[in-house]
Design a protein around this ligand. Sequence first.
Ligand code: SF4
Ligand code: SF4
Length: 78
Amino acid sequence: MARIIYTETKPHATVTVEQRYCKGCDLCVRLCPVGALQLSEAFSAAGYHYPVLTGQCTGCTVCEIICPDFAIVVSEQR
Ligand code: SF4
Ligand code: SF4
């Protein structure tokens, strides 16, 4: 089980990032349709910045779908 480096719950979704897989490529940040993600100022143990929620996530799951490393998981709130 990969270690979770970041998790945040917004009204529509919970976004979780797994440290072992995220390489800080910034793709999710650039492709989030509502600009809800930014790379962290902090570094992961692997030495990478990782995405954190700074805006209102809609739960669209685009970030989860496009992450090449399956590092970000979106759980929709019901
Ligand atoms: S979660 Fe995936 S797409 Fe986003 S920075 Fe990490 S590796 Fe890149
Ligand atoms: S689920 Fe959609 S709105 Fe939320 S952070 Fe990912 S791409 Fe952005």
